[in-house]
Design a binder for this molecule. Sequence first.
Ligand code: ADP
Ligand code: ZN
Length: 731
Amino acid sequence: VNPVFCKVALDTPLRRCFDYLPPRDAAAPVPGARVLVPFGRQQLVGVVTALADSSDLPVEKLRQVLRVLDATPLLSAADLALLEWAAAYYHHPIGSVFATALPKLLRDGRDPGSPQVFWSITAAGRVWLQDPKSLRAKRQHELLQWLAARDACDEEDLAELLPGWREPARALLAKGFVATTSRQRDVSAPVISAATAGPRLDPDQANAVTAVTNALGQFAAFLLDGVTGSGKTEVYLQLVETVLARGESVLVLCPEIGLAPQLVERFAKRFATPIAALHSGMTDRERLGVWHDAAVGRARILIGTRSAVFTPLPRLGLVIVDEEHDASYKQQEGGFRYSARDLALLRAQQVGVPIVLGSATPSFESLHNVATAKFMPLLLTRRAGNAQPPRLSLVDLRAHAVHKGLSIPLLQAMDRHLAAGAQVLLFINRRGYAPTLICNTCGWIAPCHACDARMTVHQKSQRLSCHHCGAEEKLPERCARCGYEVRPLGHGTERVEETLVERFPGFAIERFDRDKLRQQSQLEGAIDRVHSGEARILVGTQMLTKGHHFPEVALVGVLNADQSLFSTDFRAAERLAQTIVQVAGRAGRADRVGDVLIQTQYPEHPLLQSLLNEGYGGFAAQALVERNTAHWPPYSRLALLRASGVQPDAAIQFLQQAKLLMENPDGVTLQGPIPAAMVRKAGRYYAQLLVESAQRLRLQKYLAEWIEKVEQLPSARKVRWALDVDPLDVF
Ligand code: ADP
Ligand code: ZN
């Protein structure tokens, strides 16, 4: 009998799988199953990627799998292939890629179908809680109070939210003040009742639906390029209906920041079937539950942010990426910097199903893919129903008086629209009260001590905070240098809100930013107040620019468009245009005609001019010509080796050595190393080395060889480094 070897992906920094022998007295695990294996002195949970009949190591050196955790594979062959491809393409250790793809409890070795145990307070418990004596048992009292405020609580949630809960819980259980119930997870097939009918599609929408429907069952990529409010979501919903009727499931990706709940709600209204929704702000247990619903086919619609792209779905029939241009699809932190949009494309290709990428402001990559016939364009040029396109105009800040960041023309337009009963939305890309605290006398500016950055003033909490490293301190009243008075300089959302309260008494104001809306439930509350009409003026950051459908908003004001007009990053113009068009798209989405006023010091700037005169499409066409001339993506391929060290030169030195590792690379150029745009961040010094090639394959081949060498450099151990393939921010 030939021996069988298990190739196991383990979450270690090494870029390879590890070989193990099957357990002594059990069958070999199937690929895609998790196993518990010895690793050094530890025991680790890993995933079997393949079985092989040979190993690079002699048999006697190999250790045995301790336990097989899944009798049936957790990941299908296609799921495994996607992860292996991702590890190869992003040149990232495969075990770490697998760790990103699995919910934490699965990584910990938990059985996904294990029964859930719920804890709840009993009637006797409620009585005891009223007894002052109960306060003496402090931790028991605390836990009981917590349970009293909730319905039955899942054990795993308790463990995550109230560490150390187990001991008081046992004591309470013995006294009969709490009770437990256990529930098997429902794995029955979902009931899919008829969908609620949607609106009659207009001809453009109908064409789009037909084109994608005709492609079902095979790979095809579509760019649904539809102006804001043109009914892209309706197109998705129609397609999903067809796919569900074929007995298949759908993967819907959406950007971060609170968009998921709204999309989920629209899907839930239309389809009487379980929907698996994966987004930030869920407990580990909730994540596992949703993952499991999707993986066993109980929920046939999966809606989620970035990492949802890895979730298994049996009989996947269609992939949708909403707002495909959104930067949040790219993981920009840590080691595994993948693009969920690009992986979604690959997944559709591997499984052989169509993918629809939707946006009112498509990424230049996607526009280029249309130009090179890789994507089929589906255009929605008009707004759905009676809605008209918004009217954009510029307010020249040099020519008009400005009252605390708000120009007179904007204030007058606000008066007019508010008097007409409409809502007004103001966008300012800065949270906090003011971006700077300055001394009136000596000009001192409050710095972050760990970064090359200024501290942002937060008036309400009376704190200074660094938006780069999170450092915080008390808001000083006096200058640290000369002792005279300091004052906030510039405007953030908090300050604009304060101005609005003074200037528009009687109009309820809703602020949207991360400081105000920390939790999903708070964001949902704010959105509800906008929909109910209670809120009249909305002021906020990017949170407000994305995907919302607020029918009563008739005026949008962009308070500071200028910040990124002169940025050196080659993507800055694309980003700014996308932001402006997206925020403008919040105006006039129903019967009200929308006005958009963009405040700027540079009304003659070519970017603003082409955007106003020719729209996003015209702007993009021009900007793409410039990209081509300058050999930037999508006309070239980039990777960025980023490094940081505690010593000022460590990162640069490491990158210099990395650059010298391979002489005269074929068709690949290395630029740098240069210090990062913000050199010092959170006490570390950052630098980067840019790798560029006209051809993706050349770049890939180079990186594969190069990274193996980079890893071996002694200086690599003195810094933190990460390779970013297809980076978004280059400067
Ligand atoms: P997008 O996703 O492109 O921003 P939505 O799908 O949210 O656009 O559509 C905008 C609004 O128009 C929604 O209220 C939607 O219900 C409505 N709508 C979409 N398509 C139609 C249609 N064919 N007829 C009438 N109303 C429509
Ligand atoms: Zn800082």
